[in-house]
Design a binder for this molecule. Structure first.
Ligand SMILES: Cc1ncc(COP(=O)(O)O)c(C=O)c1O
Length: 430
């Protein structure tokens, strides 16, 4: 990458000196400010944003209505702990009115991982059972509860022992099917296999399963259509709770307000995060009242959970999404983006797979299309070149070889065009 600017270099020195290196690798950029789907660094360099932070800034950076709501609330009231506030109650009503009708109670916390942890505790209390089924490649957060449910060895390695009672089964990562089968001929063999895994591994105390509508951290891995509905039916038949982790797939990201709408899913517990505050820390567990009523008063709460500042921000997020028709825009601009990314795939053999919907796509890079050998070093080089040329993008994936394309939902067709052109030029020179 071209030399970083002088202010960037100075800040990176501070980072090296005072911060640990445990955070994710990113291109060496120090963000200064951002607007909509554009970012400027501390040296004034400009970038089009394909990150949304980490799928957080759904309504765009520094949205004036969101900034106004935060500023107004900050001058009124910041924290009440568990005392209700108008902001929290208005938000609770909004969430319940917007999510599927069978979900009628919501509990607010602060991070996605905290919400997943709360959901697990609710599932255990409501069923009186303790085992949870989760998936290979799944990611649900970094604290011990969610980490125990994670199917990514790199994340949990060296932290054991983890929570007992977790059963892991394969997720349909069709581009790299662990059974070397191909959809639809496979007839979703992974579901049959999962059933067998549970039969063998469960001690007879399965409380529920937790699944992502698409696996984010694993490399934006989307299951084939119909898989999630069948998984839900399996959970019903087993009489266990179906917990859907929509921490990153919600608030319009997939071209629907909730990813569950694509297949008409009816989760017992729905977990929300990231886009719900579009930058303000807030997350939520939405569930059927009878599940939440298993908890007694005082059994669950959190210092900053449902704080009025984050709730005011989230209410503004709902208003912006509705007023600016961001869900519809994510669907239409996303279709345009997908078309352009598929054109790049046709042209560049190093792209093995492009997958996604709405405004979330994974571009998986390989050394060879036949062997599908992952190309993580190449992706790093491409990411650095993109950033150098004004496209802010990151990478992830089980093999570290997937470029994440997840711009704020306010991205315009012109910026889509411009950003894909930057990637195209970079790929042509590799
Ligand atoms: C699906 C999913 N669940 C949970 C989490 C954890 O959220 P947080 O980092 O806010 O704890 C993430 C974060 O990336 C996620 O993608």
């Amino acid at each position: 990458m071209k030399n970083a600017g002088p202010k960037t270099q100075a800040f990176l020195e501070i980072s090296n000196k005072y911060e640990p290196a445990c955070m994710n690798w990113q291109a060496p950029v120090v963000w200064d400010h951002a607007q909509g789907a554009e970012i400027w660094d501390v040296d004034g360099r400009h970038y089009i944003d394909w990150t949304s932070g980490v799928l957080v800034a759904n309504v765009g950076h520094a949205h004036p209505h969101l900034a106004e709501a935060i500023s107004r609330q900050a001058q009124r009231l910041l924290n009440t702990f568990d005392f209700p506030t108008p902001e929290r109650l208005h938000l609770a009503r909004k969430v319940i009115e917007t999510t599927p009708p069978h979900l009628d109670k919501v509990f607010f916390v602060t991070t996605g991982g905290e919400a997943v942890d709360a959901a697990m505790r609710m599932a255990k209390r409501a069923t009186g059972k303790y085992e949870i089924l989760a998936f290979w490649g799944g990611f649900h957060g970094r604290s011990f509860g969610p980490m125990s449910l994670t199917g990514l060895p790199k994340i949990k390695k060296n932290f054991g022992p983890l929570l007992p009672g977790t059963i892991l089964a394969p997720y349909p990562y069709c581009y790299r099917c662990p059974f070397d089968k191909a959809h639809p001929d496979c007839c979703l063999f992974c579901l049959d296999f999962m059933d067998k895994v549970v039969n063998v591994e469960s001690a007879g105390s399965l409380a529920g399963l937790i699944v992502e509508p698409y696996q984010g951290t694993s490399g934006f891995v989307f299951p084939p259509k119909g898989y999630l509905k069948k998984l839900e039916a399996w959970a019903r038949q087993r009489q266990i709770l179906f917990v859907l982790d929509e921490v990153q797939s919600s608030f319009g990201r997939t071209g629907k307000m909730w990813a569950l709408e694509h297949e008409g899913l009816e989760p017992d517990i729905l977990v929300l995060g990231k886009g719900i505050g579009s930058g303000m820390p807030i997350s939520a567990v939405v569930a059927r009242g009878e599940i939440l009523s298993a908890l007694e008063r005082g059994e669950m709460s959190s210092t900053t959970g449902g704080n009025p500042l984050s709730c005011a921000a989230s209410l503004a997020v709902f208003e912006i999404i509705e007023k600016e028709k961001l869900v519809e825009k994510a669907a239409s601009n996303g279709a345009f983006l997908k078309e352009k990314l598929l054109e790049l795939k046709d042209k560049h053999k190093m792209i093995g797979d492009v997958r996604g919907m709405g405004l979330v796509y994974g571009i998986e890079y390989v050394k060879d299309r036949t062997s599908k050998e992952p190309a993580p070093d190449l992706v790093r080089e491409i990411v650095l070149k993109c950033v150098e040329n004004g496209l802010m993008v990151g990478k992830l994936g089980i093999h570290g070889n997937v470029m994440r394309v997840a711009p704020p939902l306010v991205i315009t067709p012109e910026l889509v065009d411009e950003s894909v052109a930057i990637l195209g030029r970079v790929l042509s020179k590799i």
